[in-house]
Each structure stands twice: as structure tokens, then as C-alpha cells.
Design a protein around this ligand. Structure first.
Ligand SMILES: Nc1ncnc2c1ncn2[C@@H]1O[C@H](COP(=O)(O)OP(=O)(O)O)[C@@H](O)[C@H]1O
Ligand SMILES: [Mg+2]
Length: 310
């Protein structure tokens, strides 16, 4: 199968656009740091031994725990909080630091896997086969891989939906089993492949998959300070005063009228464009008008565990 048939997108890092996206993500510094370090060590495991020798004068016993550890990361949480944006951009930072190419293979289950029951298994097995081939091709004469690979399984909720829709028991688990097999084989062979799953419903991820995760990161809506950071960045260059940014931050939080605050994407993809288009083409953006406009926008309802927004 062609990568083009299987993957929605293959992104090659370094990539300047990814850098901008990554830098703009607010409130995710810990997750950024962790994902970058983990993937960096997959690409160049010797870095960890070097560190150990330098700071502990030898090989720490703890390093053994890194061998054959599944490099699976689950990004879970509310919609519009940066799961996809982080998963699609952190590879750039890895490429920069490791000074190698990193390739992101993005598979979106929601877009692709809602057909026949066997479809999910075919997609997942095919995806693992492709990324393993990509690693094999990049091996040098010493067997070292000159690149890192990120396999992104976005909208992984679809895996559970297929399980719910499937009638027969063996088909029921086939997609999940393909995923587990892929994760285990990648780990056993210590391939430089980071597997990242994103989901709005952590409970949609099979317990056997979750158990294998090296880390589960939970994503949340921005707090007031984080909203201010996004608004400042988004309205940079306009004459909107700090006082108006504060008012916008208040209006986009939990209020008497709304039981939850705006998501990050409510701010970047709805509020800020609304403010800009209201001014365009005749007027400049002003704080007073922005504060008026925000009142007409409601936050996206939280994603509920049962799969229905309510
Ligand atoms: N933490 C964040 N900081 C800044 N902007 C964000 C953040 N999270 C999301 N956004 C904005 O919202 C858009 C959609 O986010 P996305 O990653 O698709 O959300 P999710 O995958 O969690 O539903 C991003 O492209 C970005 O513009
Ligand atoms: Mg997403």
C-alpha cells in the first residue's frame, strides 16, 4: 500500500511552520519537554548513557528500564486544547536537537476508519508496516537509523467506536490487537518510532493499550492566565490595551451565563478571527469592539465521556 493511500499526511521536519505552531502552544511546556526528550532518546539512545557517565560517573541501573519500553504516548482531553497541534509539531524540536530528519506519519482514524469492521485492523497494521519500512530504509552500514519517526494515531476514539459497532467478538478486538502488536514489536526491536495517540475520550482507549503507554497527558481548557497569553499573542500589533485583554479573559472564562470557559481553539479559531473580520476592511481592531463581540460567542460544550457533546 502507498503511504499516500494510508496516511492523511506525512510531514518532514525540520519545518518552519511546525516551529511557529509549536511555539504558539500555551500551557503545554511539561508535555512538550517530555515528548521531545522521549523521542530524542529513541533517535539517539546513546545520549542517555552519555548523560549518565557525565553526571553519575557510570551507567545508572535506571537506564535498564528504558530498554524495550513501549514508546507510546496518549494525549487525552477536551476538544480544542492542543492535542493535535502538539502531536503534529513537536517532531520539529526533536529534529532540531538531534540534528536528524524526523518524519511524522499522521493517521486519522475518524476520517478513514468508519467503514467496514475489518477496515480498522487494515489501517493500523498497514500503518505500522509503513513506518517500520521507513526505518529499515534509513539504516546505515552499522544498523543505525538516521532518522526518527512519529506515528500519529489521531482521533483514536474511532477505535472504540468500531469496537462498539462490531458484533462479533473476534472482530471486536481485531483493531485493538493490531495496535497492541504494533506497539509491542516496535518496542521489542527498539525502533526509533514514537507512537502518539490522541483522543477526546480517554475511556475509549482499551485498557491494554493504556497500560502500555509510557505517559498519558491530560489536556485542559486554558485558565485565565493562559487565555491572556493566547489573546495577547493573537492580538499582537493591534492597539488593544491590557485592560481590554483582561476584560476578554474574563468574558471567555466561566461566567454566570456559561458553565465552562472557552477552549484554546474557541479563542484562536473563532474569537480572534471574528474580531479581525469585524474590523476588516474599513477599520482597525479596537479593544472596545472586541469586548462587545466576545459576548455573542459561546464556548464549545465540553466533550462528554459518552461521546455526545452536551
Ligand atoms: N495550548 C494551546 N495554546 C495555544 N493555542 C492552542 C492550544 N491548543 C489549541 N490551540 C489552538 O486551537 C487549534 C486547534 O487545536 P487542536 O490541537 O486541533 O485541538 P485538539 O486536537 O485538542 O482538539 C490549534 O491549531 C491552535 O490554534
Ligand atoms: Mg485533535
Amino acid at each position: 500500500m502507498n503511504p499516500a493511500d494510508l496516511f492523511e499526511q506525512v510531514i518532514h521536519f525540520p519545518d518552519p511552520k511546525a516551529q511557529t505552531d509549536y511555539d504558539r502552544l500555551v500551557g503545554l511546556d511539561d508535555y512538550k519537554d517530555r515528548l521531545v526528550k522521549e523521542t530524542l532518546l529513541l533517535v539517539d539512545p546513546a545520549l542517555l548513557s552519555d548523560w549518565s557517565r557525565k553526571h553519575h560517573k557510570g551507567q545508572l541501573a535506571a537506564l535498564d528500564y528504558f530498554a524495550a519500553r513501549p514508546s507510546l504516548f496518549v494525549l487525552a482531553g477536551d476538544v480544542g486544547t492542543g492535542k493535535t497541534a502538539l502531536a503534529r509539531s513537536f517532531g520539529n524540536e526533536v529534529a532540531k536537537r538531534a540534528k536528524v530528519q524526523v518524519h511524522l506519519y499522521a493517521l486519522s482514524l475518524n476520517a478513514r476508519g468508519n467503514g467496514a469492521v475489518g477496515e480498522m485492523t487494515r489501517l493500523i497494521s498497514g500503518a505500522f508496516r509503513q513506518v517500520r519500512d521507513a526505518v529499515a530504509k534509513s539504516r546505515d552500514a552499522h544498523g543505525r537509523s538516521g532518522r526518527g519517526i512519529i506515528l500519529l494515531i489521531d482521533e483514536a476514539d474511532a477505535l472504540a467506536q468500531s469496537r462498539e459497532a462490531a458484533q462479533m467478538h473476534h472482530e471486536d478486538r481485531a483493531g485493538v490487537n493490531a495496535l497492541i502488536r504494533g506497539v509491542d514489536e516496535t518496542a521489542a526491536e527498539r525502533l526509533p518510532i514514537a507512537i502518539v495517540m490522541c483522543t477526546n475520550r480517554l475511556d475509549a482507549i482499551d485498557p491494554a493499550v493504556r497500560r502500555r503507554a509510557a505517559a498519558v497527558f491530560e489536556f485542559h481548557r486554558p485558565n485565565r492566565q493562559q487565555r491572556i497569553a493566547v489573546l495577547r499573542a493573537g492580538l499582537q500589533g493591534t492597539a488593544v490595551a491590557d485592560r481590554d485583554i483582561d476584560a476578554l479573559a474574563d468574558a471567555t472564562g466561566e461566567t454566570a451565563e456559561q458553565s465552562c470557559g472557552f477552549t484554546y481553539s474557541d479563542l484562536t479559531q473563532r474569537l480572534i478571527p471574528t474580531i479581525v473580520l469585524d474590523a476588516f476592511p474599513e477599520r482597525p481592531v479596537t479593544g472596545a469592539r472586541a469586548v462587545e463581540l466576545v459576548r455573542a460567542i459561546r464556548p464549545t460544550p465540553p466533550f462528554r465521556g459518552n461521546g455526545h457533546a452536551s
